[in-house]
Ligand binder design. Structure first.
Ligand code: SAH
Ligand code: SF4
Ligand code: F3S
Length: 441
């Protein structure tokens, strides 16, 4: 009988990219993917450690499968991703329901771990080293038109609050030829949009045997040369490494005019304690320069609220950044103490109620900014990658802008998979409506 697998992904897009590879392996081995865990013979939880809550959530999700495990003796549970990189065998000891634990650099071994688990053995395999060959496998994308492509792994920045350098390890760039080959294959298979992934893509560096160096702006140019690829996205950019050459690469026609540039906090004192490597002035200067080079560029950011020692004055500096930059969208988080990080030992931890109140103020301020920005699209023309029939009205088409807003418009099926220019004649809170003008490419 066909084996069925379920996978749930927590955390960032690095994990989403890994889940695509996990699906690729399973499907290549005859598994059927199911979206309801109750139908599964194998449940995989691809985990995140970045905040304590994310960790707790996965263990409570797994706890709910106790009944299924008792009823279905063949049912196996695997936990992978970032939690194993720190907790390793401890996970098996503490959680009798879990059969398989594997790390972010052990995905290619999945079928062996499953075979062991089917024989009743509990397995934990966690490697610290990143292997290029881990990426030589087929991926199974959830979306036929869009794909994630991991270009690097790890992070060397050691922001004082962050666990990622301990989970994903040292920063390592994948070889440019292997990235380009993967994207060419994806495009042959019908993919039209790729998102290049790394914790800090601006520091991508790869050297060939002759010593020629490919940095991130150059990689963007190389990817841009691939015919038929309509759109290129990338995350995450670190402000300290976002260069003039990057702004130039962003001007390429098929590179999205959208930048996620996390500032985290607006106070120089806090930025220093966070070990972010830039000041608010440097950040704002880069934003100003980018807005000048790429008119209409859409911006987003992450904010970490309640870092140890954050005062009301510090926080007001963060609020001020919001007003000055005018982000399209923000992601905000309450500070969460992570083991092994430098900030875990810092004095003056901010009480939860205080940071939560600050975070809510941040979200409220952003809401009116987002609302205001959304209205500015009225009467403008935006590039839209046509994805298919609109979900709420199958007679219409739907697609996304550079900054991921859904746009609805009338048009024929021949436009699906193409980048078109849409004139916006109606704005709603989260979506836009318009008319196709012409094919952009
Ligand atoms: N490499 C990216 C993001 C990594 S994690 C960057 O440098 O921006 C994604 C987001 O989680 C971070 O931007 C930060 O806002 C948040 N985050 C990281 N550690 C955290 C912690 N200890 N508590 C709360 N939020 C955290
Ligand atoms: Fe974490 Fe900082 Fe690295 Fe981002 S750059 S992953 S926040 S250590
Ligand atoms: Fe989480 Fe790991 Fe990403 S800790 S944010 S899934 S790199």
């Amino acid at each position: 009988m066909t084996q069925r697998a379920f996978i749930k992904t927590y955390g960032c897009q690095m994990n989403s990219g890994d889940s695509e590879r996990i699906r690729g392996i399973l499907v290549a081995h005859g598994y059927e993917m199911v979206s309801d865990v109750k139908e599964a013979d194998l449940a995989i939880f691809n985990t995140c450690s970045v905040r304590e809550k994310a960790e707790q959530k996965v263990f409570s999700d797994i706890g709910r499968l106790r009944g299924q495990k008792e009823r279905h003796p063949g049912f196996r549970i695997a936990l992978c991703g970032c939690i194993p990189q720190v907790q390793r065998e401890g996970i098996l000891r503490k959680n009798p329901l879990i059969d398989i634990v594997f790390g972010v650099n052990n995905i290619s071994g999945l079928m062996d771990f499953i075979a062991e688990a089917q024989q009743g053995k509990r397995t934990c395999r966690v490697e610290d080293e990143f292997f290029e060959s881990e990426y030589d496998m087929p991926s199974q994308r959830e979306d036929a038109m869009k794909a994630f492509v991991t270009i690097m792994n790890g992070c060397d920045n050691y922001c004082s609050y962050c666990i990622v350098p301990y989970t994903r390890g040292r920063e390592r760039s994948r070889s440019a030829p292997s990235i380009l080959a993967e994207i060419r294959q994806l495009v042959d298979d019908g993919v039209r949009e790729v998102t290049l992934l790394g914790q800090n893509v601006n520091s991508y560096r790869w050297q060939d045997k002759a010593g020629a160096l490919v940095d991130f702006p150059q990689l963007l140019h190389l990817v841009h040369d691939i015919p038929e690829l309509q759109r290129i996205r990338f995350v995450t950019s670190h402000p300290k490494d976002f260069s003039e050459a990057m702004m130039e690469a962003m001007a390429l026609p098929r590179v999205c005019k959208y930048l996620h540039l996390p500032i985290q906090a607006g106070s120089n004192r806090i930025l220093k304690l966070m070990n972010r490597g830039y000041t608010r002035e440097e950040y704002l200067a880069k934003i100003a320069r980018l807005k000048e080079r790429i008119p209409g560029v859409a911006l987003s950011s992450d904010f970490l609220v309640g870092f140890p020692g954050e005062t009301e004055e510090d926080f007001l500096q963060t609020m001020d950044i919001l007003e000055q930059v005018e982000y399209k969208q923000i992601f905000g988080f309450n500070y969460s103490v992570r083991p092994e990080t430098k900030a875990a030992t810092m004095a003056d931890q901010v009480p939860f109620e205080v940071m939560n109140e600050r975070l809510n103020r941040l979200f409220a301020a952003q809401q009116s900014i987002s609302h205001r920005l959304q209205q500015t699209y009225l009467g403008t023309t935006l590039g839209v990658l046509v994805e298919g029939a609109s979900k709420n009205n199958p007679a219409m088409l739907a697609g996304r802008t550079d900054f991921n807003t859904i746009v609805h418009f009338a048009g024929g099926a021949e436009l699906i998979g193409r980048l078109v220019d849409v004139h916006i004649n109606e704005t709603r809170e989260f979506t836009l409506y318009g008319e196709v003008l012409a094919h952009a490419h």
